[in-house]
Design a protein around this ligand. Structure first.
Ligand SMILES: Cc1cc2nc3c(=O)[nH]c(=O)nc-3n(C[C@H](O)[C@H](O)[C@H](O)COP(=O)(O)O)c2cc1C
Length: 320
């Protein structure tokens, strides 16, 4: 009941104001997972839908954004992973979307300037207070504070609430909270703590519109928070970067013998995926799915079945 009342007041935040959306919820950027259908469904449900621009060529990104715009008239954003950055893609994203966002590299003022020149807002996902201050100084309009409960690659060493609290004390731009957020109660918690929005990744992996392989989705449905682990097991293609995955895939890959764990079909061309690769299993993947990187946050306990993204959004905000 307390959550009910609280969220009703907290629905409008600095995030909804500057993005121009209804709800303080952002879909996390997740390559291979965030189809245009998933991003569009989140945006059309009042949140901020995101696509990933990582490892795309600029023409393909342009087509993807055009497809997304056919599906929703609401604001959306594009996420980039710094270790794989293509600046031409950033230019495309900046001219076509509301928000361009970066993760896993030092905040770079020249990129922020490029985003602003294109007409978009700039955001950086950070994992420490130092990085949050750098992002603000680099000219970001927003930051995402990511706690270690997060699924996928994890930037820092602090849990979400302590990180959020110290960033709020020292930074003046709006902060989106990320890591382990899977329920309305979690969202109320971070808004109550001072965040302008909640960023949700794992909860959307099992959306009907997600690009995740069915076996990956089933493993998520079967898992609880304690079934995840922070590790460097899946480092082929991106070394020395911590990530949170299901424990089951760590044991599966450790006992897998052979070099090629699976194959991904990319427009009719089969691409082998090496044992220990960072690649996650998409619907176009065949092979030993269980031994691939099954990224999952501590929010995985909230994933209980396959639902449409619109239904997940209404569950997340049902008490707002
Ligand atoms: C499958 C998966 C892929 C991810 N890929 C990215 C990415 O490419 N860029 C990024 O900024 N964050 C990425 N993340 C991290 C999210 O931005 C976010 O911090 C995380 O999902 C929040 O925790 P949650 O999964 O418990 O909601 C990914 C997360 C997952 C689960």
């Amino acid at each position: 009941m307390i959550i009910y009342k609280f969220l009703r007041h907290m629905k409008k935040t600095l995030f909804t104001k500057i993005i121009g959306c209804e709800l303080p919820i952002q879909l996390a950027g997740m390559p291979g997972i965030n189809t245009v259908y998933l991003a569009a469904a989140v945006s059309s449900s009042g949140g901020l839908g995101m696509i990933s621009g990582t490892q795309m060529d600029p023409d393909f990104l342009l087509d993807t954004i055009d497809n997304l715009k056919e599906l929703t008239s609401q604001p959306f954003g594009v996420n980039f992973l710094m270790p794989f950055l293509d600046r031409d893609c950033v230019k495309v994203a900046a001219s076509k979307s509301k928000l361009v966002e970066f993760f896993y590299g030092d905040p770079d003022p020249s990129l922020i300037e490029m985003v602003h020149d294109g007409g978009a807002l700039a955001c950086w996902q950070i994992g420490s207070l130092k990085e949050a201050i750098q992002a603000e100084e680099a000219g970001c309009d927003l930051i995402v504070a990511q706690g270690t409960q997060a699924g996928g690659h994890v930037r820092g060493d602090a849990k979400l609430l302590p990180l959020l609290s110290e960033v709020l004390e020292n930074v003046n731009i709006p902060i989106i909270a990320a890591g382990g957020i899977g329920t309305t109660k979690d969202i109320a918690g971070v808004l109550n703590a001072g965040a302008a929005a909640a960023r949700v990744g794992t909860r959307f992996l099992a959306a009907r519109e997600s690009g995740a392989h069915p076996k990956y989705i089933q493993a998520l449905i079967d898992a609880k928070a304690e079934d995840t682990v922070l590790t460097e097991t899946f480092s082929v293609g991106w070394p020395h970067a911590h990530h949170r995955v299901l424990k089951s895939c760590v044991s599966a890959v450790n006992s897998f013998e052979g070099e090629i764990v699976s194959e991904r079909d990319l427009a009719g061309v089969k691409k082998p995926i090496l044992k220990g690769s960072i690649a996650l299993p998409t619907i176009n993947t065949t092979g030993n799915i269980e031994a691939m990187a099954l990224y999952a946050g501590e929010s995985v306990g909230a994933v209980d079945s396959i639902k449409s993204a619109a239904d997940i959004m209404s569950e997340l905000i049902k008490e707002i």
